[in-house]
Design a protein around this ligand. Sequence first.
Ligand SMILES: [Zn+2]
Length: 95
Amino acid sequence: MSTAVEHVAIRPDWTCGACGDGTPWPCAPAKVQLSEKYSKSDGDLLIHLAVCMWEAFDDGLCAVVQRQQPIPPDLRTRFLDWVVRPLISGRSNAA
Ligand SMILES: [Zn+2]
């Protein structure tokens, strides 16, 4: 791993501490760093991001107050879709 600045989330706002200016985490560099860190297991990356998403949900990042509500699509898109979509398209390409 390089000595590059690590792009980590600042809670409870879930903005990137390295990018500043309120950039939502995971920012583009964070996605690269996470992809490198979890390069041997997409499943572990997905689990890590799912936990982050739930923590963001818990931190009140979304407007939904009732816990019985499903995860809001914007949170799912922000935390998971950048990993899930390539996995799904890769799977369909392999078939
Ligand atoms: Zn960043």
